[in-house]
Design a protein around this ligand. Sequence first.
Ligand code: HEC
Length: 126
Amino acid sequence: MDLWNRVRADAGYRSWAHAPRYPFKMASNTAHGSEVEVFVNAPLAQAIDGKPATAWPEGSIIVKDIYSRRSLSHVAAMEKRGGKWFWAEFDAEGEPIYSGEPAICLDCHRPRQKTGDWLYTVELPR
Ligand code: HEC
Protein backbone atom coordinates (compact mmCIF):
# COMPACT_ATOMS: atom_id res chain seq x y z
CA MET A 1 0.00 0.00 0.00
CA ASP A 2 1.42 3.44 -0.78
CA LEU A 3 2.20 5.97 1.91
CA TRP A 4 -0.95 8.06 1.34
CA ASN A 5 -3.21 5.05 1.85
CA ARG A 6 -1.21 3.73 4.78
CA VAL A 7 -1.32 6.99 6.75
CA ARG A 8 -5.07 7.14 6.16
CA ALA A 9 -5.71 3.49 7.10
CA ASP A 10 -7.79 2.65 10.20
CA ALA A 11 -8.49 5.84 12.19
CA GLY A 12 -5.92 7.71 10.06
CA TYR A 13 -3.00 9.95 10.94
CA ARG A 14 -5.20 12.65 12.46
CA SER A 15 -5.81 10.22 15.34
CA TRP A 16 -2.04 10.01 16.04
CA ALA A 17 -0.15 12.03 18.66
CA HIS A 18 0.88 15.58 17.81
CA ALA A 19 4.54 16.52 17.59
CA PRO A 20 5.16 17.71 21.20
CA ARG A 21 6.16 21.26 20.30
CA TYR A 22 3.19 21.49 17.91
CA PRO A 23 0.33 20.41 20.19
CA PHE A 24 -2.37 21.80 17.91
CA LYS A 25 -2.77 23.59 14.59
CA MET A 26 -0.09 26.29 14.60
CA ALA A 27 0.73 29.33 12.55
CA SER A 28 3.66 28.70 10.22
CA ASN A 29 5.89 31.35 8.76
CA THR A 30 7.41 29.15 6.07
CA ALA A 31 6.63 28.68 2.42
CA HIS A 32 4.69 25.59 3.53
CA GLY A 33 1.42 27.39 4.27
CA SER A 34 -0.26 29.68 6.77
CA GLU A 35 -1.08 27.01 9.36
CA VAL A 36 0.25 23.53 9.98
CA GLU A 37 -0.75 20.54 12.13
CA VAL A 38 1.88 17.84 12.70
CA PHE A 39 1.23 14.20 13.65
CA VAL A 40 3.67 11.42 14.60
CA ASN A 41 3.07 7.66 14.45
CA ALA A 42 3.61 5.39 17.45
CA PRO A 43 7.26 4.36 16.76
CA LEU A 44 8.25 8.01 16.37
CA ALA A 45 6.24 9.12 19.43
CA GLN A 46 8.02 6.46 21.53
CA ALA A 47 11.42 7.52 20.24
CA ILE A 48 10.72 11.20 21.03
CA ASP A 49 10.21 10.20 24.68
CA GLY A 50 12.96 7.58 24.55
CA LYS A 51 16.67 7.15 25.11
CA PRO A 52 19.27 9.50 23.59
CA ALA A 53 19.57 8.82 19.86
CA THR A 54 21.22 10.23 16.78
CA ALA A 55 18.49 9.11 14.37
CA TRP A 56 14.79 8.27 14.36
CA PRO A 57 13.85 4.57 14.16
CA GLU A 58 12.90 2.60 11.09
CA GLY A 59 9.17 2.89 10.43
CA SER A 60 8.87 6.41 11.86
CA ILE A 61 6.24 8.48 10.03
CA ILE A 62 5.52 12.19 10.48
CA VAL A 63 2.68 13.89 8.64
CA LYS A 64 1.98 17.59 8.31
CA ASP A 65 -1.36 19.05 7.26
CA ILE A 66 -0.78 22.37 5.53
CA TYR A 67 -3.57 24.93 5.55
CA SER A 68 -3.83 27.95 3.38
CA ARG A 69 -6.56 30.48 4.13
CA ARG A 70 -8.19 28.02 6.57
CA SER A 71 -8.59 25.15 4.13
CA LEU A 72 -6.37 22.11 3.74
CA SER A 73 -4.09 22.69 0.77
CA HIS A 74 -1.38 20.02 1.02
CA VAL A 75 -0.24 17.09 3.12
CA ALA A 76 3.51 16.48 3.57
CA ALA A 77 4.84 13.21 4.95
CA MET A 78 8.16 11.58 5.74
CA GLU A 79 8.75 7.89 6.43
CA LYS A 80 12.01 6.25 7.60
CA ARG A 81 12.73 3.37 5.20
CA GLY A 82 16.01 1.48 4.97
CA GLY A 83 17.73 4.06 7.17
CA LYS A 84 16.66 7.03 5.01
CA TRP A 85 13.65 9.32 4.86
CA PHE A 86 11.17 8.87 2.03
CA TRP A 87 9.69 12.33 1.38
CA ALA A 88 6.24 12.96 -0.07
CA GLU A 89 3.84 15.80 -0.60
CA PHE A 90 0.24 15.41 -1.73
CA ASP A 91 -2.50 17.80 -2.67
CA ALA A 92 -5.67 17.84 -0.55
CA GLU A 93 -7.14 15.01 -2.64
CA GLY A 94 -4.08 12.79 -2.17
CA GLU A 95 -2.55 13.31 -5.61
CA PRO A 96 1.24 13.05 -5.22
CA ILE A 97 3.18 16.20 -6.04
CA TYR A 98 6.62 15.17 -4.78
CA SER A 99 7.97 11.81 -3.68
CA GLY A 100 11.28 10.14 -3.01
CA GLU A 101 14.21 12.41 -2.16
CA PRO A 102 13.31 15.69 -3.87
CA ALA A 103 16.10 18.27 -3.69
CA ILE A 104 13.53 20.97 -2.87
CA CYS A 105 12.66 19.19 0.37
CA LEU A 106 16.17 18.12 1.35
CA ASP A 107 17.72 21.52 0.68
CA CYS A 108 15.40 23.31 3.08
CA HIS A 109 15.50 20.62 5.79
CA ARG A 110 19.31 20.14 5.63
CA PRO A 111 20.05 22.61 8.49
CA ARG A 112 18.14 20.15 10.70
CA GLN A 113 20.04 17.06 9.53
CA LYS A 114 22.20 16.75 12.68
CA THR A 115 19.95 18.09 15.45
CA GLY A 116 16.66 16.62 14.28
CA ASP A 117 17.62 13.81 11.85
CA TRP A 118 16.13 16.15 9.20
CA LEU A 119 12.96 17.01 11.18
CA TYR A 120 12.11 20.58 12.12
CA THR A 121 9.35 20.09 14.63
CA VAL A 122 10.99 17.55 16.95
CA GLU A 123 14.39 17.32 18.63
CA LEU A 124 16.38 14.11 18.99
CA PRO A 125 16.48 13.05 22.66
CA ARG A 126 19.94 13.50 24.16
C1 HEC B 1 11.22 26.51 2.52
C2 HEC B 1 11.72 25.46 3.40
C3 HEC B 1 11.06 24.08 3.33
C4 HEC B 1 10.84 23.31 2.22
C5 HEC B 1 11.14 23.63 0.76
C6 HEC B 1 10.26 22.08 2.70
N1 HEC B 1 10.11 22.11 4.06
FE1 HEC B 1 9.19 20.71 5.21
N2 HEC B 1 9.33 21.94 6.83
C7 HEC B 1 9.92 23.17 6.86
C8 HEC B 1 9.74 23.75 8.18
C9 HEC B 1 10.29 25.10 8.64
C10 HEC B 1 8.99 22.84 8.92
C11 HEC B 1 8.49 23.03 10.37
C12 HEC B 1 6.98 23.18 10.43
C13 HEC B 1 6.46 24.43 9.76
O1 HEC B 1 6.57 25.52 10.30
O2 HEC B 1 5.91 24.30 8.67
C14 HEC B 1 8.78 21.69 8.05
C15 HEC B 1 8.11 20.56 8.43
C16 HEC B 1 7.90 19.45 7.64
C17 HEC B 1 7.27 18.23 8.06
C18 HEC B 1 6.87 17.90 9.47
C19 HEC B 1 8.06 17.11 10.03
C20 HEC B 1 9.21 17.98 10.49
O3 HEC B 1 10.13 18.28 9.70
O4 HEC B 1 9.19 18.33 11.65
C21 HEC B 1 7.22 17.40 6.98
C22 HEC B 1 6.65 15.99 6.94
C23 HEC B 1 7.80 18.11 5.88
N3 HEC B 1 8.22 19.36 6.30
C24 HEC B 1 7.95 17.57 4.63
C25 HEC B 1 8.47 18.27 3.54
C26 HEC B 1 8.50 17.74 2.20
C27 HEC B 1 7.99 16.37 1.77
C28 HEC B 1 9.04 18.71 1.42
C29 HEC B 1 9.25 18.71 -0.10
C30 HEC B 1 8.04 18.48 -0.89
C31 HEC B 1 9.35 19.84 2.28
N4 HEC B 1 9.01 19.51 3.57
C32 HEC B 1 9.92 21.02 1.86
C33 HEC B 1 10.59 23.76 5.82
C34 HEC B 1 10.58 23.33 4.50
